[in-house]
Design a protein around this ligand. Structure first.
Ligand code: UFG
Length: 336
């Protein structure tokens, strides 16, 4: 089975490519390397012994992407490629709406033209907005608080309409909680450019001494210690969820939607403590004001994916921290 992976050189895309290759899928990557590096391809080959076909291109360009559909017989598409920084999306809404919506529309248009019927979409728990009840189920009301989240929800709506009009399509909408960790080998991992927006890469950069102190955004939430609680899921568990989704689509599932999370919430300070233990490094932190737009608590009800996909997040918070630390300490400059 041939799977086209857009954004396959990125953090979640590269880990998913590794799992696909390990499972015997043939992978074609399209990526413009705007938030990744070409060396990732070599690393994928080091881990798997297989070299996926790679097209360096921006998939906003329909003609470019069409060459990939012409040159290959594609069975399924996993669409990761997108802009993903929440704060940046607030200051650059036009770019975010244009990029995230248009790339998806171009992909769907070409899939229709070339009769490719299986589509897996990277959505996010951000589509639950400020969910009222935890853990959050797939049926919870949907809303968003920033342009990045709005693009994810708009694309979900587009996919629901596409499915209504094309009932022979199989579409999996996967709502990720907080992906963290890295491949066990320490060969690939998260490689944010500049100062990280997200908690785990910030912690790892404090641990190697590149950043001085972690700012903890608020300690007055209604949580175990007042700091924000999230559902941290190992990126390899997340990657395996995509394989299970492909297997589901191959049964002619129609449109399906799943939370990919562990079902467990950890606070910022609990994660800091777990990471310190795994790395043997002290993580200096200071409490600062809440970050605008943050919710206090967000964790998944993953039962639907557990039951219908036969998928479960297996890796513990300890393993997550060990793998994040191995990646960061082996590669202090990331891929640079
Ligand atoms: N946090 C800090 N300091 C930091 C960074 C984060 O205290 O320097 C806290 C946040 O306040 C939050 C927790 O750590 O309580 C996690 O924050 P992240 O930025 O790592 O993750 P978010 O939950 O805010 O966002 C993530 C993804 C988004 C996605 C969202 C969906 O980054 O893409 O989950 O819930 F939309």
């Amino acid at each position: 089975m041939v799977v086209l992976v857009s954004g396959g050189m990125g953090y979640i895309g590269s880990h998913t490519t590794v799992e696909l290759l390990n499972q015997g899928y043939e992978v074609i990557i399209v990526d413009d390397l705007s938030n990744s590096k070409d060396v990732v391809l070599d690393k994928i080959e080091i881990i798997t012994g297989k070299l996926p076909k790679f097209y360096k291109m921006n998939i906003l360009n329909e003609e470019d992407l069409e060459t990939v559909f012409k040159e290959n017989k594609i069975d399924a598409v996993i669409h990761f490629a997108a802009f993903k920084a929440v704060g940046e999306s607030v200051s650059m809404p036009i770019e975010y709406y244009h990029n995230n919506l248009t790339t998806t529309l171009v992909m769907l248009k070409l899939m229709k033209k070339y009769s490719v019927k299986n589509f897996v979409f990277s959505s996010s728990a951000t589509v639950y907005g400020e969910a009222k009840t935890m853990p959050v189920e797939e049926e919870a009301p949907l809303s968003t608080t920033n342009p990045y989240g709005a693009t994810k929800l708009m694309i979900e709506d587009i996919l629901r309409d596409v499915y209504k009009a094309n009932k022979d399509m199989n579409i999996a909408i996967l709502r990720y909680f907080n992906p963290v960790g890295a491949h066990k080998s320490g060969t690939i991992g998260e490689n944010p450019s500049g100062i990280p927006n997200n908690l785990m890469p910030y912690i790892t950069k404090v641990a190697i001494g590149e950043l001085k102190v972690l700012s903890v955004f608020g300690n007055d939430y209604n949580t175990v210690d007042g700091t924000g609680v999230r559902d941290y899921i190992h990126v390899v568990d997340l990657a395996k969820g995509h394989i299970k989704a492909l297997e589901k689509l191959s049964t002619n599932s129609g449109l399906v939607t799943y939370n990919l999370g562990t079902g467990n919430g950890y606070s910022v300070l609990e994660l800091v403590k777990a990471f310190s233990k795994a790395s043997g490094r002290e993580i200096s932190y200071k409490i600062v004001d809440r970050r605008p737009g943050d919710v206090g608590t967000c964790y998944a009800d993953p039962k639907k994916a557990n039951n219908e996909l036969g998928w479960i997040a297996e890796k513990s918070i300890e393993e997550i921290c060990e793998d994040s630390w191995r990646w960061q300490s082996n590669n202090p400059k990331g891929y640079n």
